[in-house]
Design a protein around this ligand. Structure first.
Ligand code: SF4
Ligand code: SF4
Length: 392
């Protein structure tokens, strides 16, 4: 990241903004920008937080570079474009890690208080901020219709977890068991290879990837054929042995272990991995591995109305959704689902066992879904009950 100026304005006063401050040095940072009005006028690490508009005036005086430091970076860039700010850089690249941190263990509840009721979840500020961001981003995506930058290939549709918010936890999973054939897997990877795919690749979707005994060899195959892809994996960590971890980690760009434990304690496999990473600082595994302390009993998004612990569904008829503009979800049979929130595969938009990947992505069903979601969730079936506002 190079710039010709010596003063920085950091856009985002959250976790990544503070990391950017450390990176550039406090003496070189003039102030922070944040879209959260309740933060504006306060201080973050001794620096004033202002609105984007105020910062744009300062930028116009010359001598400043804006550093976008947030997972919402793409939409912030659009905001800066609208304000005429041309000199900006990204602290996190647009196809970023899910957790751009070198800390091995994260406790997300320290940053964001969990919702205690469904009502509290629905009225959270985080949700309203994400809604606004998604609605803006879809405008841009609708005009450009880019290729997906995130593909999830679910090689087995099973999980051993019992998370209360998950429509496919092992106590409620309605899906018929399916395992992807090696032939189909190689066919899909081959098509991505032809495209020189460089987005995010996940060898899982709504499942626990380590339930597939072939996960190491499948990851190796993907790594060899897609050298530019960002291969990442989420796992609940319960099936890891240290040996499996050591085999898998060189093949991945990022491993996130969602360590589900209601008391926020490390489960044994996670503890072993953390101890191993700490004992071998020369391997710098903290750059790839993040163990996230998660509660299995938690109120989260409704996932199109399918979350088993959500009863009070709120409708979002006029909101848009960006997932089908950015994400392709492939089931073990080759069927392509609407999005990662469509955990049980209610919608099938194509079948990669029969159709080429680009024909599905630009095909009639995906196009219709995108048009519907551009107009509003009420035009797309159960999407109107969905309060997932992911930025992909
Ligand atoms: S959230 Fe993940 S770990 Fe939990 S039950 Fe669902 S698929 Fe399994
Ligand atoms: S609104 Fe529809 S497409 Fe978007 S995440 Fe929810 S279920 Fe998926």
């Amino acid at each position: 990241m190079t710039t010709t100026t010596n003063k920085f304005i950091i856009f985002g006063a959250g976790f990544y903004g503070q990391k950017a401050l450390e990176h550039y040095g406090a003496e070189k940072v003039a102030l922070f920008i944040d879209n959260d009005a309740s933060k504006q006028g306060t201080l973050c690490k001794g620096k004033e937080i202002v609105s984007p508009k105020e910062a744009a005036k300062l930028w116009a005086e010359g001598g400043y570079t804006v550093v976008i430091a947030s997972l919402y970076g793409e939409s912030m860039a659009l905001q800066l474009d609208d304000l005429g700010v041309k000199d900006y850089v990204f602290f996190i690249s647009p196809v970023h890690g899910m957790y751009e941190t070198e800390e091995l263990v994260l406790n997300p509840y320290e940053q964001t208080k969990e919702a205690e009721t469904e009502c509290e979840w629905s009225s959270s500020q985080k949700l309203s901020y994400s809604r606004a961001e998604v609605n803006k981003m879809v405008e841009k995506l609708h005009d450009n219709q880019p290729l997906f930058n995130h593909i999830e290939i679910e090689t087995i549709n099973r999980c051993n977890g019992t998370c209360s918010f998950c429509p496919v936890n092992k106590n409620v999973d309605p899906r018929k068991k399916a395992v992807m054939s090696r032939e189909l897997f190689e066919k899909i990877i081959g098509q991505l290879e032809e495209m020189q795919y460089s987005g995010r690749l996940s060898l899982f979707s709504n499942n626990e990837p380590l339930l597939d005994d072939r996960i190491v060899e499948l990851s190796r195959y993907a790594r060899e054929h897609l050298p530019k892809a960002r291969i990442h994996m989420y796992s609940n960590g319960t099936l890891f042995t240290l040996e499996k971890f050591k085999e898998l980690i060189p093949l991945l760009d990022e491993l996130i272990i969602d360590n589900y434990n209601q008391n926020l304690e490390l489960n044994r496999p996670s503890r072993e991995i953390v101890d191993y990473c700490n004992a071998h600082p020369e391997l710098e595994l903290n750059k790839k591995v993040t163990v996230v302390l998660r509660k299995p009993l938690e109120i989260l998004n409704s996932r199109g109305g399918d979350a088993p612990n959500r009863k009070e569904l709120v409708e979002y008829p006029d909101d848009r959704c960006m997932l089908p503009f950015k994400q392709m979800i492939v089931r073990p049979t080759g069927e392509v689902s609407l999005c990662c929130s469509d955990a049980v595969g209610r919608w099938t938009l194509g079948d990669l066992s029969k159709e080429p990947i680009l024909d599905v992505w630009y095909g009639t069903k995906f196009t219709k879904v995108r048009e519907a979601l551009y107009k509003g969730r009420k035009y797309c079936g159960n999407c109107k009950y969905c309060d997932s506002f992911s930025l992909g």
